[in-house]
Design a protein around this ligand. Sequence first.
Ligand code: FA5
Length: 344
Amino acid sequence: MSTIKQQITEINQRFNELITAANDADALEKIRIDFLGRKGKLTDLMQALKALSQDEKRDIGPLLNNLKVELEALYSKKKIELESNQYQQEAESKSNFDVTSYMPNTLRGSLHPYTYITEIIENVFITMGYEIADGPEMEKEFYNFEALNIPSDHPARDMQDTIWLEMPQMLMRTHTSSVQIHTMQNTKPPLAIVAPGRAYRFEATDASHDYVFKQCEGLLVGKDISMANLLATTKTFLQAIFEKEELVLRVRPGYFPFVEPGIEIDIQCIFCKKGCSTCKQSRWIECMGAGLVNPHVLSHCNIDSLEYSGFAFGFGLTRLAMLKYGINDIRMLHNNSVEFLEQF
Ligand code: FA5
C-alpha cells in the first residue's frame, strides 16, 4: 500500500514538472495520453486499486480521486494558457501584417485559357450589339433536337453522339444550338445573341476531341438578314480573335437541319504559308458551322418566317482556344496541370 502512496506522490511530482515545461499543444497532448489516457499512469493505478482490501481501498481511493481531479485541473489550466498564448501570437503577427509588402516566388493564380477566350469573344460581340445568352447543360430532347428541326427519326441525330440521362427525354446538350430555341421562345425579334458554353458528346477522346468541350453559338434574327451579314460578322470576330486584319475565309456547303442553306467556314491557316501540322498540310482550318436560320425553326418559336430571317453559327470555342494559344492536345485544357495553366 505504501508503494501506491509513493507512486501517487511520484506521479503528481512528475506530472507537475512536465506540465510546467510543456510549451506547445503537442507536448501537452503527450502528457495527457501518458498520464490521463486509457493506458496512462493514472489509469494503471486505478486498476491496481481493485486488488486492494476494502480498508486499503477506503484509504487509497480518495487519494487517487484527488490526484485525478488535480491532474485534470492542471491539464485544463495549461491548455487554456497555451491556447491564449497562441491566439495572442497570431493576433500580434496579424497586427503587423503589411498588405503592400512584396512576396517573391509565390505561386500565383491565373485565368484559364477558356476564360480568356470567352472574354475576348464576349467583348467582340458586345461591341457589335449582341447580348450574352445562356441555357441549361442538362437539356430536354426537344430543345436539343426537335425544335432544331431534327425529329427522332432524322438521320442527322447520328451526327452528334448523345449522352442520354436516366430521365425521360433528357440529355446533356450535344451543342449550344439549344440556346437558340430558348432565346427565340423568350425574346421577340430583332435579337442578336452569343452563347458560349459546354457541350457533351458520347465520344472517345483524342488530341482534338473530348466528351466535354466548349462551343459558342451565335444567332441574329431581324429583317432582311442575308448570308452577307453572316460572313461579315464571322470575319469581324475571327479578325479580332486572331488579331489579324488579313484573314482569308473559305465557305463550303454544310448540312445542319436547323439552317438553310447551311455552310461550313474555314480560315486560311494563320500559322504557315505552305502547310503545317495545324492545318494538316491543307492550308485551311475548319472553323465553324453556320447558315441562315431554317424557317421551320423560326415557326417552331412563333416567329413569322415571312417577316423575319436570321443567321446562326456555332463554333468550337475549345478549338479556337487551341489555335489561338498553340495548344496541341485538347486534354491539356481539363487536366488541371499547374505547369500548363501557369503559362496563361
Ligand atoms: C454543331 O454542333 C452545330 N450546332 C453548329 C452550328 C450552329 C451549325 C449553328 C449551324 C448553325 P458540329 O457538330 O460541327 O456542329 O460542332 C461544331 C464545332 O464543335 C466543331 O467544328 C468542333 O470545333 C467542335 N466540336 C465538335 N465535337 C467536338 C469534340 N468532341 N471535342 C471538341 N470539339 C468538338
